[in-house]
Design a protein around this ligand. Structure first.
Ligand code: NAD
Ligand code: DAU
Length: 332
C-alpha cells in the first residue's frame, strides 16, 4: 500500500478526490487533514470514514504537518481558501492558508524527503480577452488579479522554488473551473441551482459575458492521478476539458434544465476586478500523459449536478440564508 496524505479532503474537490481514489485506486491508504473551515464539511466523507484516517487540523501547524508528512509516502495538497469574493472581503485567511500553509507543507516534505503534488488554478495567469485566440499554456506568464489568485500564484512559486533550490520531488497542476457534487453553495453553479430550488432568482454578476472553462470534478481528479502516476518531477501541467462558456449561457441552461423560464434571472453588482475569460490548452497533459476527459457533455454534467443538489437539500439548506445574506450586503 502507498500512503497518501490529502490536505483539504473535506472540501469540494478534495472530498471528490477521496471518493475517486477509494473507488479507482485501492492501492492507496488515505489520511485526510482538514481544518473544517466553513468550506469543509465532514458529511462529504461520512460514507467512507471507516476506510480512511481523518485528522482535524490546520496545515499551518508545523508540528502536526511534520508528524503527518513523516508518516506518508505522498502529499496531495488541495487545502486552500478558494473563493474570490471572500478574498475581496478579507484577504488574510488567504495569505495565511494559501501561502503560510503551503510553505509549512513544503518544509515538512523537504525534511522527510516525500513526494508532493500541489493543486492550483488557471487563475494564476490572470485573464484573456473574449476575442483572444490564445489559451493559457504552461509558459503563459503569471499575472494574477485577485487576493485569492495571487496567493495561489505565490503558493505555486513557493513550490517551484523548493523544487529548484532544495530538489524536492514535486509536481503542480493548474485546473480550470470545476463543477459537480459537494461544491459549496457560495460558488456560481450551486448558488444558482439552490437559488432556483429556494424560489430565489439566479444572480448574474455584471453583464454575464465572462467566460469560464468548465470541467467535471472527476475529470480534474483523474488528471491529478495521471500526473502523480507519470508526470515528470518539477513539472507543471494545465488541466482543462475545452468547456468554455459564458456565465449568461450557464444560468440560462440551468433555468431551462430545471423547467423554468430561461430569462428569469437578475443582473447584480459585478465583482470588482472580475476576470473576463479563462481558457486552458491542455495539450501537454493529453500528449505527454495520454489523459482524456470523460464528462465532455456539459449539459448532461449540469443535469446530474442539479439532480445531486435536488436530492441532497439537507446538505446545503442550513447554509443558504447565511450565504445569501452575505451576498446581499454587496448587492450581489
Ligand atoms: P473548498 O473551499 O471547497 O475546500 C477547501 C478545503 O480546505 C476545505 O475543506 C477547508 O476546510 C480546507 N482548509 C482551508 N484552510 C485550511 C487549513 N488552513 N488547514 C487545513 N484545511 C484547510 O475548495 P475547492 O474548490 O475544493 O478547491 C480545492 C483546491 O483546488 C484549492 O487549492 C483550489 O485553489 C484548487 N482549485 C479549485 C478549482 C475550483 O473550480 N473549485 C479549480 C482549480 C483549482
Ligand atoms: O478557474 C478556477 C477557479 O474557479 C478556482 O481557482 C476557484 O477556486 C473557483 O472558485 C473558481 O473561481 P471563479 O471566481 O471563476 O468561480 P465562481 O464560482 O466564484 O464564479 C464563476 C463565474 O460566475 C465568475 O465569472 C463570477 C460569476 N458569478 C459568480 C457568482 C457566485 C456570477 O455571475 N454570479 C454569482 O452569483
Amino acid at each position: 500500500m502507498t500512503k497518501m496524505l490529502i490536505t483539504g479532503g473535506a472540501g469540494f474537490i478534495g472530498s471528490n478526490f477521496v471518493h475517486y481514489t477509494l473507488k479507482n485506486r485501492p492501492e492507496y491508504e488515505i489520511t485526510v487533514i482538514d481544518k473544517l473551515t466553513y468550506a469543509g464539511n465532514p458529511d462529504n466523507l461520512q460514507s467512507v470514514l471507516e476506510s480512511i484516517e481523518f485528522v482535524t487540523g490546520d496545515i499551518c501547524d508545523q508540528k502536526l504537518m511534520d508528524e503527518l508528512v513523516s508518516q506518508t509516502d505522498i502529499v496531495v495538497h488541495f487545502a486552500a481558501e478558494s473563493h474570490n469574493d471572500n478574498s475581496l472581503r478579507d484577504p488574510w485567511p488567504f495569505i495565511q492558508t494559501n501561502l503560510v500553509g503551503t510553505a509549512t507543507i513544503l518544509e515538512a516534505v523537504r525534511k522527510h524527503d516525500k513526494r508532493l503534488h500541489h493543486i492550483s488554478t488557471d487563475e494564476v495567469y490572470g485573464d484573456l480577452e473574449l476575442d483572444d485566440s490564445n489559451k493559457f499554456t504552461e509558459s503563459t506568464p503569471y499575472n494574477a488579479s485577485s487576493p485569492y489568485s495571487s496567493t495561489k500564484a505565490g503558493s505555486d512559486l513557493l513550490v517551484k522554488a523548493w523544487v529548484r533550490s532544495f530538489g524536492i520531488k514535486a509536481t503542480l497542476s493548474n485546473c480550470s473551473n470545476n463543477y459537480g457534487p459537494y461544491q459549496h453553495i457560495e460558488k456560481f453553479i450551486p448558488r444558482q441551482v439552490t437559488n432556483i430550488l429556494s424560489d430565489i432568482q439566479p444572480k448574474l454578476y455584471g453583464t454575464g459575458e465572462q467566460v469560464r472553462d468548465w470541467i467535471h470534478v472527476d475529470d480534474h481528479n483523474s488528471a491529478v492521478h495521471a500526473i502523480i502516476d507519470n508526470g515528470r518531477l518539477g513539472e507543471l501541467y494545465l488541466i482543462g476539458a475545452n468547456g468554455e462558456q459564458n456565465n449568461k449561457y450557464i444560468v440560462e441552461m440551468i433555468l431551462e434544465l430545471m423547467g423554468k423560464d430561461s430569462s428569469d434571472y437578475e443582473h447584480v453588482n459585478d465583482r470588482p476586478g472580475h476576470d473576463m475569460r479563462y481558457a486552458i490548452d491542455a495539450s501537454k497533459l493529453r500528449t505527454e500523459l495520454g489523459w482524456e476527459p470523460k464528462y465532455t457533455n456539459l449539459r448532461e454534467g449540469l443535469q446530474a449536478t442539479i439532480q445531486w443538489y435536488t436530492d441532497n437539500t439537507d446538505w446545503w439548506q442550513a447554509e443558504k440564508a447565511k450565504v445569501e445574506a452575505s451576498y446581499a450586503e454587496k448587492g450581489q
